[in-house]
Design a protein. Structure first.
Length: 255
């Protein structure tokens, strides 16, 4: 018996994988709702240990690193091939290994997926955690991106990989937000400058905006002023003062 599942209708809140036991256990809170035999990485390609989150789910995934090489007739030329390391014959192609129900744990290719377990209890993969083909789709359905996965035992220690990825994603998100704010501020400044420049051009007088005073109008205005001066009455010659002009009414007194 390679697995047991008692979690229908329940979400898996965490997964615990033991490299030493070659077994994974599934929990809903503190209650174990299933387990499975696994096949982890062989010594040349060990499975890392540490704390991980499921980063993505891909139902029909193929490896872009490991697989088989086919010749031009579609026959297998090399069954256990590595992209870039093994030569593809003319007319042939590389066919990546199938990794159905892939649940990614790291960005360097480690994940959980359905795969062969040729010697139950013994490592057999290139680093991924293989599960029986009957169990993998069940687990795939009951986990989400972000479900924690703890792997312990012998293997390269990735530490708290999940936390590092969360910090990295937060920094990337902050950088995107700052970049968006800077771009918005630059666009607003450019628009404001364009508006000010437009207003300045609209209000600044140019050569064609000067008052258009015709010479004839100026001459007419000068003529009008001269006519007003000539029409003024001439100033009378000074005459006797009012006292001098008044006739004398005083009688002469006898001497």
């Amino acid at each position: 018996e390679l697995y047991e599942w008692n979690g229908n209708g329940r979400s898996v809140s965490r997964v615990v994988v033991s490299i030493d036991e070659q077994r994974a256990r599934f929990y809903d809170g503190n209650e174990q709702i299933g387990w499975t035999t696994i096949a982890s990485g062989i010594s040349k390609h060990p499975t890392p240990v540490g704390h991980f989150d499921i980063l993505e789910k891909v139902e029909n995934k193929k490896s872009n690193l490991y697989g088989k090489i086919l010749n031009k007739n579609g026959k297998v030329a090399k069954s256990n091939a590595k992209m870039g390391a093994d030569k593809v014959p003319p007319g042939g192609r590389f066919d990546g290994a199938k990794m159905p129900y892939f649940m990614r744990l790291t960005y360097d290719g480690i994940g959980m997926h359905a795969g062969p377990i040729p010697r139950p209890g013994k490592p057999a993969s290139h680093g991924c955690i293989r599960m029986p083909k009957q169990l993998a789709p069940i687990l795939y359905k009951h986990v989400t991106t972000g479900t924690p996965v703890t792997i312990h035992g012998k293997g390269p220690n990735y530490g708290n990989y999940a936390e590092r990825q969360r910090i990295a994603r937060a920094k990337q998100q902050l950088a995107r937000e700052l970049r968006a704010e800077e771009e918005a501020a630059a666009a607003a400044a450019a628009k404001a400058e364009e508006t000010v420049t437009g207003v300045a051009h609209a209000t600044m007088p140019g050569e064609n905006d000067q008052p258009n005073i015709q010479p004839a109008a100026v001459a007419g205005a000068e003529a009008t002023n001269e006519s007003h001066v000539e029409a003024l009455p001439a100033t009378a010659e000074p005459g006797p003062s009012p006292v001098e002009a008044e006739p004398s009414t005083r009688e002469a007194k006898p001497q």
